[in-house]
Write a protein that binds this ligand. Structure first.
Ligand SMILES: [Zn+2]
Ligand SMILES: [Zn+2]
Length: 136
């Protein structure tokens, strides 16, 4: 049997249905320039298990740095709902605090993902050092 959860923004314009076959997984915070400003706790879901069921036109997209990962937030209340997992392109990262019925205080000890020293950035830096990248 599959678990599902409803993810909502604060104003209620955006509703997203999540299928969580194994419950809430990969709970963590991220120290990158974006996530650290939100100080939010995240969980991961497979791309196919996330469906925007309301307010798709209210979601605003934001990208930065390498622009590989799209971040979405509600254009009315400003709440971040989800973004592409840059490290795992087959998954979305969702804002755990937006899940209906969640007790976010239960996730105070969520481990940190080192987004500041992102694995994908470290690979690029290594390639540059080895002279295999044409970036200066
Ligand atoms: Zn909203
Ligand atoms: Zn991050």
């Amino acid at each position: 049997m599959e678990n599902s959860a409803l993810l909502t923004c604060h104003c209620g314009a955006v509703e997203i249905n999540l299928i969580l076959p194994n419950g809430i997984e990969h709970v963590e915070r991220c120290s990158c320039s974006m996530c650290s400003r939100k100080y939010a706790v995240f969980a991961c879901v497979d791309l196919k298990n996330l469906e925007v069921i309301k307010g798709k036109n209210k979601l605003k997209e934001y990208t930065f740095h390498t622009h590989t990962s799209k971040h979405w937030f509600c254009s009315i209340c400003g709440i971040h709902t989800h973004h592409h997992a840059r490290n795992t392109p087959t998954q979305y990262v969702v804002n755990l605090a937006c899940l209906e019925g969640i007790k976010i205080e239960n996730y105070a000890d969520a481990p940190w993902f080192d987004g500041r020293e992102h694995p994908k950035d470290l690979i690029n830096e290594q390639l540059e050092k080895e002279g295999t990248s044409h970036k200066s």
